[in-house]
Design a protein around this ligand. Structure first.
Ligand code: SF4
Length: 393
């Protein structure tokens, strides 16, 4: 029975094979799709290349770290060396300091000995030394101007040394007394009549220089005329010397003639430097205050002469406010206290009743600039000390 069954199965298989078409050979598919072994082989290749890259990277990193460590070691060595050098330098400086210390001590002792040997200068000598040092530190031209101005001022205000200052005055001085005292000690500022007045402002300035503190307005006017006519033009005038002026002005008996001639030359030089010509006619059109401001730029004039010329331009009349005359007037007690320049001007007019206001203003300005200064007035040398209600002696 079993053999029959096997035979029937074989027959069935054969018939099935005949009925179904034959399957195509699978050669192409086998070629296209790689086998598992091939895949494994490929994977193995990739991993090997990755390993190689990793190895190369580790080698490179090792090399770089080695180089860095070498560099660091080298730097460390350099630092050590520099530290050693520094310590050596410090040691050397310490040694030199040790060596220099006794020398310094010796110097100090010698300077102490010298200080002991030299007596300390007196305060007056110190002041003179300070002044000389200040003058030495300035340019030569400034030094000359300082010396000249000092000399001119000294000649204008005479040294005042009363036997006693007397009791403290309880009232302010009478205006006439104050004016006479100032005129006696400093001289007058002389006016000129309209008929004789010089034609130009520069000539008026020259007249003011010759007339301030002099005795005769006529002599000052004559000196001005000679100065202008003795030279061909202002250029020849400017390059002349003071002694050349003195030669043709000697007979006029003008006090301190050389100083005045020098001042005239500097005034004309200042005007030429400022205006590029010798003229000041534009001042006639200015207000009194502007006139003073413009004239104050000329160092050769100074505050008192500036005021004198400013008043000369307005016919030697009127009052122009100046802090210096206001200060002297209020301190001495001849003027009432006020903060208004207008009121002070009116008070001055009222006090002196228009009598010689020119000299009063000019002299009080000079006194205020030199003696009755805003800080620390020199009352002991002031000619008004015996009549001043605010004196400090
Ligand atoms: S200097 Fe002294 S004494 Fe002379 S006016 Fe001035 S405050 Fe008076």
């Amino acid at each position: 029975m079993a053999s029959k069954r096997k035979a029937s199965k074989k027959k069935a298989k054969k018939s099935a094979a005949k009925s179904t078409p034959k399957a195509e050979p699978k050669k192409s598919s086998a070629k296209k799709e790689p086998t598992s072994s091939a895949k494994k082989a490929k994977a193995g290749g990739k991993s090997s290349s990755k390993n190689a890259v990793k190895k190369a990277a580790t080698k490179a990193s090792k090399k770089s770290t080695a180089k860095a460590s070498k560099k660091a070691a080298a730097k460390g060595r350099v630092r050590k060396k520099s530290a050693v050098v520094e310590t050596k330098v410090v040691d050397a400086s310490a040694k030199t300091a040790k060596v220099a210390a006794p020398a310094e001590k010796a110097k100090k002792t010698t300077s102490k000995k010298a200080a002991k040997a030299k007596p300390e200068p007196k305060p007056e000598e110190k002041k003179v030394e300070e002044k000389n040092h200040r003058l030495r530190s300035q340019p030569v031209e400034v030094q000359e101007i300082d010396v000249r101005i000092a000399r001119e001022r000294y000649s204008r205000i005479k040294p005042f040394t009363p036997r006693s200052f007397g009791p403290d005055p309880k009232k302010g001085p009478k205006p006439n007394d104050l004016r006479d005292t100032l005129n006696r000690n400093m001289g007058k500022a002389l006016p000129l009549s309209a008929r004789n007045r010089p034609s130009t402002v520069v000539e008026l300035g020259i007249f003011a220089i010759f007339a301030l503190g002099a005795k005769s307005a006529k002599a000052a006017l004559e000196a001005t005329k000679r100065c202008v006519t003795n030279f061909a033009d202002w250029n020849e005038f400017r390059i002349s010397e003071p002694y050349e002026f003195c030669e043709f002005l000697e007979d006029l008996n003008i006090p301190e003639l050389y100083d005045r001639c020098e001042r005239v030359l500097h005034f004309v030089g200042d005007v030429y430097q400022d205006m590029n010509e010798v003229t000041l006619e534009h001042l006639r059109d200015c207000t009194p205050d502007d006139r003073l401001e413009l004239l104050s730029r000329y160092q050769s004039l100074g505050p008192a002469l500036t005021h004198y010329l400013g008043l000369a331009i307005q016919d030697f009349e009127g009052v122009i406010f100046h802090y210096s005359w206001a200060r002297v007037g209020q301190r001495s007690g001849v003027l009432g206290r006020s903060n208004s320049p207008k009121t002070l001007g009116a008070n001055l007019m009222k006090a002196f009743k228009g009598n010689d206001l020119l000299s009063v203003q000019v002299n009080m300005i000079e006194l205020g600039e030199e003696i009755c200064t805003s800080v620390r007035p020199n009352c002991k040398s002031c000619c008004l000390v015996q009549m001043c209600v605010n004196r400090k002696v």
